[in-house]
Write a protein that binds this ligand. Structure first.
Ligand code: GDP
Ligand code: IMO
Ligand code: MG
Length: 427
């Protein structure tokens, strides 16, 4: 069973970083396959807290080779500041591999992200402003810059020219901004070439050879299922495929190689940025979830929108990802509520709907249908096994499992590596 995918089952920030780090000690490779430094993955090891954006969370496990796959978009300035931040804290990052086919987030893509959001005004997506969407747009428009382009100055110059041709028209005529000079961008990008060189590799070959040798490869998703460009709440999504299929295209590994797909699922729901969110709370319960759960963005520092658990979304995540397991996180945050509402279906135009509606308009006015589950007041953060959980916490987990369509194989009861209850082994 060598290849596992670990991904967000909701709108991101489910605790993927912690889960990846937990498995990192037993896997040979951890691979990011999509997204970029829009991600914010928190890993707590002992009394040390790490916030990772672009680097795979496996970078904190000494035996593990971290890989940035072809499907990722790389901002070199962020990459180097993240690497040096880790090096200063004594983390060895020398094993990192980066695909030569990964696309580069150029400075103009960051500018375009910010100006287009401003231009959208009230209709903005609430992006992280890191240039993610424009970089993927360039990739699809075939005017993107790839890591390998940094090693051929003439090609790089032609490509930057092609990309800026249209963008400068747009920036100056539509957005009233100054044009961006080709040579300045080329110079900046070339400045990264030598520093990047030791990491650049044919990661597709490396990963497939590793799988042939029965090495264990873990694919770590950024964002979450409902932020997927195809399967999420479009247009309020990110511009890549965090869903399981994205691991194949974003790393160059065939679907037949993937044996397990683990959905990271928060015991309640959060979302950052704009877009529909049926179980969102605007009362003191929402405020309490935010406070107790520390729900503040790792990347942008924005408060996360909070709401109750939504089983319709969990079932949807099971379906579109072919989930084999769930890792339920932050169960400890729910301690202290007398009763915990769980959304089991929606009401749309007076009708009960059990599955996520494919129509965006329907989803926008879906009202949650709640079932009340009894809460618990005991501290669960020290629990090491399922049987140590209070009866009502056990029942909450079992109810979620039943509603969500895949077994819950691990439960997070705190942010630390060891604050986890393992039910079925992932490896
Ligand atoms: P990611 O983007 O999916 O990696 O998640 P984030 O790191 O953005 O947000 C998850 C937050 O929850 C982080 O602050 C984690 O340290 C924290 N966390 C993860 N699992 C648990 C858990 O089981 N309990 C608690 N209390 N915190 C957790
Ligand atoms: P992790 O990996 C939560 C959201 C943004 C915005 C939308 C598009 O930490 O779970 P983008 O900058 O990607 O074009 O923004 O997606 N978003 C995230 N929300 N967690 C993330 O990553 C996110 N990455 C992007 O807030 O709504
Ligand atoms: Mg996050």
């Amino acid at each position: 069973m060598p290849a596992l995918v670990l991904l967000g089952a909701q709108w991101g920030d489910e605790g993927k970083g912690k889960a990846t780090d937990l498995l990192g000690g037993s896997v040979d490779y951890v691979v990011r396959y999509q997204g970029g430094n829009n991600a914010g993955h928190t890993v707590v090891v002992g009394d040390q807290k790490y916030a990772l954006h672009l680097l795979p969370s496996g970078i904190l496990s000494p035996g593990c080779t971290p890989v940035i796959g072809n499907g990722v978009v790389v901002d070199p300035s962020v990459l180097f500041s993240e690497l040096s931040g880790l090096n200063e804290r004594g983390v060895d990052t020398s094993k990192l591999l980066i695909s030569g086919n990964a696309h580069i987030i150029t400075p103009y893509n960051v500018t375009v992200d910010k100006v287009t959001e401003r231009f959208l005004g009230k209709r903005k997506i609430g992006t992280t402003g890191r240039g993610i969407g424009p970089t993927y747009a360039d990739k699809i428009n075939r005017v993107g810059i790839r890591v390998q382009d940094l090693y051929d100055e003439s090609i790089l110059t032609q490509k930057v020219e092609a990309a800026l041709d249209v963008k400068n028209q747009m920036l100056t005529k539509l957005y009233n901004r100054r044009a961006i000079a080709v040579d300045q961008v080329v110079e900046e990008l070339l400045g990264y070439a030598d520093k990047l060189a030791p990491y650049v590799a044919d990661t597709v070959l490396v990963l497939n050879q590793a799988l042939d040798d029965d090495k264990v490869v873990l694919f770590e998703g950024g964002q979450g299922t409902l932020l997927d460009i195809d399967h999420g709440t479009y247009p309020f999504v990110t511009s890549s495929n965090p869903t399981a299929g994205g691991a194949c295209t974003g790393a160059g590994v065939g679907p037949t190689k993937i044996s397990r797909v683990i959905g990271i699922l928060k015991a309640y729901t959060t979302r950052v940025g704009a877009g529909p969110f049926p179980t969102e709370l605007f009362d003191e319960d929402g405020e309490a979830l935010r406070r107790i759960g520390g729900e503040r963005g790792v990347t942008t520092g924005r408060d996360r929108r909070c709401g109750w658990f939504d089983a319709v979304i969990a079932r949807y995540a099971t379906r579109v990802n072919g989930l084999t397991d769930f890792f339920l996180t932050k169960l400890d945050v729910l301690t202290g509520w007398e009763q915990i509402p769980v959304c089991v279906a929606y009401e749309i135009d007076g009708k009960r709907v059990e599955e996520l509606p494919y129509s965006q308009s329907d989803f926008h006015h879906a009202k949650p249908v709640y079932e009340m589950l009894p809460g618990w007041s005991e501290d669960i953060s020290k629990a090491k096994s399922f049987s140590e959980l209070p009866k009502n916490a056990q029942a909450y987990v079992k109810a979620l499992e039943e509603m969500s369509g895949a077994p819950i194989s691990a439960i997070g009861v705190g942010p630390g590596r060891d604050e986890t209850i393992e039910i079925n082994s992932f490896l």
